[in-house]
Design a protein around this ligand. Structure first.
Ligand code: UD1
Length: 403
């Protein structure tokens, strides 16, 4: 099966198209509801957006408005990166508290501090909107106290058209930061160092029309990889971005899988029964991604032996422990950050409710591997990030339908 384009890469790139007073063509965009939501926001603030299959064209050359629509913003946390793009283009942005998955508090203090460093003022409006504005953005030095993907991206968006040089240290090194910078450089930005802790940006007067192809989704590839380990057999993940997946393939191999890289992508051969993994901890890239922690947990419930998971990014990411235990798993949560999983031979089918994107996909993995039938409700959460999880798993031999 072919891995879809990356959600976390395309969303900030779509947001950044409003920095360009011209046309942008993006290829290999995933057909998911978060992308539709971002496109709706772009349209509501005045851009023209045309979607044809996996290609999206944005024309942001017309007049734009600085107030982001609340209805969409509360649905999707990644809408926060529109703020940096609007500041770069208009010098002003108004938004309500961004929403997103229910996986923790997810504050935006780093974003707001970065805006303030660029010389912005922040005002709370009567209707609970925040307005951020500046006469002009000036290049600055910012040191992030810890890694934040969104705050790094927002600071980059403020800096590309700011006056003078910006130096960001303590940046997130995620591939999605790198692809945003590659996209912006293709439009005429001057950014160096993406993928390292220090990023230097020389402000330019304007960005120009460009075309770009979105990377394949490392989290979707990882989901199907763990799906294969949970169910057994083998799978070829065409176009999987294996070079961005080292921590994931290392974890998979510790579970007993064999991962082989070829020109086509990543081939995974699952063990007869997965092995426990000892200690698995999530962390900023290149460490094991928090977005695949739930998928790994679902598989480890059926592994031989005891595994320990430490979640270091979001505080509410063990919500699937309860439904998994109803399926016969033995997961003990020590606190919001530590889980002990004693592997059982089989899970049994259950009725489960997906209450967020990655946890929902992990419940699907558990249902596929379990004995008997499972029902997962809350499909719309999964559709935020997976084009068609049922189609993909059917292609891999599963019996799964959307009802
Ligand atoms: C992005 C990804 C998300 C992934 C996460 C971590 C997108 C659209 N989403 O989310 O899928 O799980 O990276 O890899 O790309 N934090 C603060 N204050 C802030 C900002 C963040 O305390 O102002 C904290 C967060 O609560 C979290 C940590 O920093 O504990 C990392 O969050 P961050 O990297 O910002 O995640 P997102 O960019 O929201």
């Amino acid at each position: 099966m072919t891995v879809q384009g990356s959600k976390n890469a395309v969303l900030p790139i779509l947001a950044s198209t409003i920095l360009i007073a011209g046309k942008t063509t993006l290829r290999n965009c995933p057909d998911i509801s978060d992308v539709d939501c971002m496109c709706r926001i772009l349209q509501k603030i005045g851009a023209t957006v045309t979607k044809t299959g996996h290609e999206i064209c944005v024309d942001a050359s017309g007049a734009l408005q600085s107030r982001l629509p609340a209805e969409e913003v509360v649905r999707m946390r990644s809408s926060i990166v529109l703020t940096g793009a609007l500041l770069g283009r208009l010098g002003q942005a108004s938004f309500c508290d961004p929403g997103g998955c229910v996986i923790g508090d997810r504050p935006i203090d780093l974003h707001l501090k970065a805006f303030a460093r660029f010389g912005c003022q922040i005002r709370r409006e009567d209707d609970n909107f925040l307005t951020v504005f500046a006469k002009r953005l000036n290049g600055v030095q910012i040191r992030f106290p810890f890694s934040s993907v969104g705050a790094t991206q927002n600071a980059i968006l403020c800096a590309v058209c700011a006056k003078g040089e910006t130096v960001l240290t303590g940046c997130a090194k995620e591939p999605e930061v790198v692809s945003l910078c590659r996209f912006l450089n293709g439009a005429g930005a001057k950014i160096e160092g993406a993928g390292s802790k220090t990023i230097r940006i020389e402000g330019v007067k304007k960005l120009c029309s460009t075309e770009f192809s979105i990377d394949a989704d490392r989290i979707v590839a990882g989901t199907y990889l763990f799906g294969c380990i949970g169910c057994g057999g083998s799978v070829l993940l065409n176009q999987a971005p294996w070079s961005q997946m080292e921590a994931v393939t290392v974890a998979a191999e510790r579970m007993g899988a064999q991962c082989t890289v070829s020109e086509e992508g990543l081939f995974v051969q699952a063990p007869v029964r997965p092995k426990s993994i000892g200690h698995l901890q999530t962390g900023p890239y290149p460490e094991f991604p928090t977005d695949l922690q739930s998928a790994a947990m679902a598989v480890l419930t059926m592994a031989e032996g005891i595994s320990y998971i430490e979640e270091n990014i979001f505080e509410n990411r063990f919500r699937i422990a309860e439904p998994l235990n109803l399926m016969g798993a033995q997961i003990v949560l020590k606190d919001g950050q530590h889980a002990v999983i004693t592997g059982v031979e089989h899970l049994h089918g259950e009725q489960m409710d997906a209450c967020e994107l990655r946890g929902g996909a992990a419940l699907v993995l558990a249902g596929l591997a379990a004995e008997g039938e499972s029902f997962v409700t809350g499909q719309h959460f999964i559709e935020r990030g997976y084009e068609n999880i049922c189609r993909d798993f059917r292609e891999l031999g599963a019996r799964i339908t959307s009802v």
